[in-house]
Design a protein around this ligand. Sequence first.
Ligand code: 16G
Ligand code: ZN
Length: 533
Amino acid sequence: IENIVELESNIESYPNPGIKVFQYGTSGIRYNSEHLDHVLHRMGLLVALRSIHLKSAAVGLMITASHNPQDDNGIKLIDPLGEMLDSSWEVYATKLANAPNNQDVCAMLINIAYENNIDKKYIPRVYIGRDTRNSGKRLLDAVLCGVNAFNSNVEDFGIITTPMLHFFVRCYNTNGLYGQPSEHSYYTKLTNSFKTLRKMANLKNYSPVIEFDGANGVGALKMKDAIIHLEETLVINMHNDDIMNTEKLNYKCGADFVKSNQCPPTGMTIKPHSKYVSVDGDADRIVYSFVDENNKFYLLDGDRIATLVAGYIKDLFIASGLDVNVGLVQTAYSNGNSTKYVTDKLKVPVACVPTGVKYLHHKANDYDVGIYFEANGHGTILFKDAIRELIRNQCSIEVDEAKSLALKKLICIMDMTNETVGDAYSDMLIVESVLCERGWSISDWYKTYSDLPNRLKQVTVKDRNTFETGDAERICLKPLGLQEKIDSIVLKYSMGRSFVRPSGTEDVVRIYAEADTQINADKLAVEVATAVY
Ligand code: 16G
Ligand code: ZN
């Protein structure tokens, strides 16, 4: 840091009004956009410093509040391989966001530089993107002011999806091996492998028609661009694509609405047995759904996608003759029957970790091929570098036709996957590939296993920090005695399971319950909620 006076005057442009205490949580910082200017400015400063620390590697800053309402906004910071910000720096982010006055911000930055032995000779490189929210442009200016305090190389990609920005960051830092940091490269990489695989696929009951619910956000905008690349493979009918009226963003539509309310998105006509795809406000989550001839609603959420993908990949490896360890990572929210199906039927090992993508992502790295999905529709597939190489090498020398075909298909799946983070577009291509390969309609997919009836509830408590969980959130350690109460309640229910955890994003405690019937799941949730009060 050359010039403290300059830095101080930069910091003065965005003082902290001191209205709210922020926390860099499981998915960055999110709040009503009115109060975020100083936070985004400081995140601009921090991300530039992070890049200097990482010797000019590109780091990413995404301005988004995902599935939250239009009035909110927020930030997600991205590390060089497209992964989420390292947790030691999350602590800095929280401290900086809350520093009361300008001198504190300046002192903190100097302290971070000192603690990390940061060598100021490196010029930072910062990649920026934002979703469709109205406040995005104003907050971008705040970010730019912060980033430019360090004379950074800045690339503003404008309105893009969160997973696109993750992808671009990784592309830059891996010298083009993963693709180029451009939308064109992103679409061609993912879509070309999709089209190649499609040429090898089976059709039968499969239908290429998709009714796309864009949540009136960036997912819709980008799907319109993608359609050109998908010609002759998918028929995508666009709905909820009104990005001009931003109050419609995520409103009664999109992946979070459909998953949370277990009902079809509004804003479109729902026809029996059509295939509905809903994404969220920054297009990192996806769920499928349909209704039958009696208008009964069926949801195919992250658990379903995970089981579909795990089964397919496992089969491809068996067919390829390669002995590779494929595993699935879930959270406590995953439906008990999905876990059972994957373990007993697919014979794929399942790990359970606490809620939050970074925990799933981390755990997935333990397998040669790690598939992870949260029930809410956020997930991807991770291939170890060595496995990637093994597949490609084996494919180039394989003489057995069936094995060679399986290897080619695996390569297509690898190239279609955005491994940096959950990506609705990439996930959709993967799901469509597997469905087509299997020759399945959406109801065929649904028939693979049946979900246990379940219920989510939340209760407002005085202090959610008095709740502490263990064993990947499946047991409640504090308050003392609560778990014993939950155990004795659960015992009364056939197939009963329930857990309680403090939310990482809101001031509430969440309760999940599942049992043999919907009535019982509801009752169980109520009983456990009563024990929590
Ligand atoms: C965040 C997480 C999401 C998780 C949710 C749980 C990321 C990118 N996002 O949105 O994965 O499901 O929090 O929220 O990690 P809760 O703690 O309020 O239940
Ligand atoms: Zn999202």
